[in-house]
Write a protein that binds this ligand. Structure first.
Ligand code: PHE
Length: 467
């Protein structure tokens, strides 16, 4: 194992390893759960087209900017923005607080996935600790409002996240994601084959892919654009300190432009595949896709329950793959803030004990994720904030709804294009998309981000600004 405790700079061992880590961060609950539903509810194929345009014109350029900023400065997000100018330090902090907040509910949801993978495994063996044919809604309600059980699962998920990150960038994150991501891909393909071959699967494909332009009518397109934009930032892990940190671990000889293209491509591919894995099965079993945790844990569990003999097996496979997707994202969230903690210690001239910092951050996340767990998605009667129904939504509003698009917007404005050009063209590489990049980063990205921000706030606060 590499020596993580001393002041040695962490680095990825290979470009493949870096890509798996970055794609692992991008591919998460957002892809497997948010994307298919949002696509179906917001215009289907029409949404997909818009999403793809956003990924290319905004996602790609911000991704490249963040990676370049990280590699150029060799620092986590706070140090990186401070290197640009002291007055940009607050942007770094915004991007560092958001992942810390997100970890609180992400670890809880990761814990839910573990619970469901285990329960389905129990059903495979006909064991008493399975779902055992219980009503999915009642089963979910009983589990989520059980403060002790949800807290334990959250804590186990936090512990696994911490353990992998303790292994270091190369020995922990890279090693784990290099195996987990290809495995996830294979599991996803198997699930897709089962889903699309069920009788009645076509209705699910229609739900996802049928163009529904009525969603775009009047000012509806602004809402759709905001939903697609918000989804894109979250899904690509942008504005969150992660791509800056991962960029800082990227050896100088790697071609950055190519990576910035591959990561969004792979992320989008998995999002569409997730739709193929879930939606046809949902419709084939006579269900309709709802929003929120209900889709992932109630509707889909009903689907596996109704599938007959092999249902629990596919249930196990599916929840296990969602768990893998979640943990490769949560380790990136923890690494993003670890990088900040390491830099801050270095700035103060302290000896850097990376592992101690990770442990301290891990404890703080253990506390917040237990708090979010005992709220039980709002079922346990605790006071609620910002007009939201549960703590998860309130934290999501602040982190994903406000901090993330704001930070990404600043990214587009303050990272000098010269810096990006310099990083991309190291080792004589050509910057093939430079004109495109310059145009998008100057005009399209900032405008889009303002729309996303307005749309998110509109959606969350129910202002009805866009009809
Ligand atoms: N991209 C992850 C997903 O789609 C979530 C995430 C967001 C991970 C931000 C890291 C940073 O679920």
């Amino acid at each position: 194992m590499e020596n993580n405790n001393l002041n040695t700079k962490q680095q990825f061992g290979s470009n493949f390893g870096f890509l798996m880590a970055a794609v692992g961060s991008a591919v998460g609950l957002g892809n497997l759960w948010g994307f298919p539903y949002k696509m179906g509810a917001n215009g289907g194929f029409a949404f997909l087209i818009l999403y793809l345009i956003l990924v290319v014109f905004v996602g790609y350029v911000i991704m490249l900017s963040e990676l370049a900023l990280g590699r150029k400065t060799g620092k986590g997000v706070v140090g990186a923005f401070t290197d640009l100018s002291k007055k940009y330090r607050f942007i770094g902090w915004m991007s560092a607080i958001a992942p810390w907040l997100i970890l609180s509910f992400y670890c809880m949801l990761g814990g839910y996935c573990m619970k469901y993978a285990l329960a389905n495994l129990g059903d495979v063996f006909g064991a008493g600790w399975g779902v055992a044919g219980a009503d999915s809604g009642a089963y979910f309600g009983a589990f989520t409002s059980n403060m002790v059980e949800t807290s334990i699962y959250s804590l186990v998920f936090v512990a696994l996240t911490v353990l992998i990150v303790l292994g270091g960038v190369k020995g922990g994150i890279e090693k784990f994601t290099s195996i987990a991501m290809p495995a996830l891909f294979v599991m996803l393909v198997i699930t897709i084959i089962r889903s699309v071959t069920l009788p009645g699967a076509a209705a699910g494909l229609e739900f996802m892919f049928k163009p529904d332009w009525s969603a775009f009518q009047g000012t509806g397109w602004i809402t759709v654009l905001a939903v697609a934009g918000g989804q894109m930032f979250f899904s690509l892990s942008l504005g969150m300190s992660i791509m800056v940190a991962y960029g800082s671990y990227l050896p100088k000889e790697q071609n950055m432009e190519r990576s910035a293209l591959i990561i969004p491509f792979a992320d989008t591919l998995v999002a569409i595949m997730a739709g193929l894995a879930t939606m046809p099965a949902v419709f084939a079993m006579g269900q309709t896709p709802g929003a929120g945790p209900g889709l992932l844990f109630i509707t889909l569990q009903t689907v596996f329950g109704a599938m007959g003999g092999f249902g629990p097996f596919f249930g196990f496979l599916f929840y296990f793959l969602v768990f893998i997707a979640a943990i490769t994202s949560s380790i990136s969230l923890l690494e993003g803030i670890t990088a900040v903690a390491v830099d801050t210690a270095a700035e103060k001239g302290k000896t850097i004990h990376r592992n101690k910092l990770i442990a301290a951050l891990g404890i703080s996340i253990a506390i917040t994720s237990v708090l979010v767990s005992i709220d039980g998605l709002g079922a346990n009667g605790f006071p609620q904030f910002f007009g939201q129904g549960c703590w998860l939504d309130a934290i999501d509003l602040v982190s994903e709804g406000i901090l993330m698009p704001l930070a990404a917007c600043y990214c587009a404005i303050v990272i000098p294009t010269e810096l990006v050009k310099e990083e991309v063209t190291l080792n004589g590489n050509q910057f093939r998309t430079q004109k495109f990049y310059d145009f998008c980063i100057k005009f399209i990205a900032p405008i889009m981000m303002v729309i996303v921000l307005l749309g998110q706030m509109d959606g969350f606060f129910g202002l009805g600004m866009f009809g």
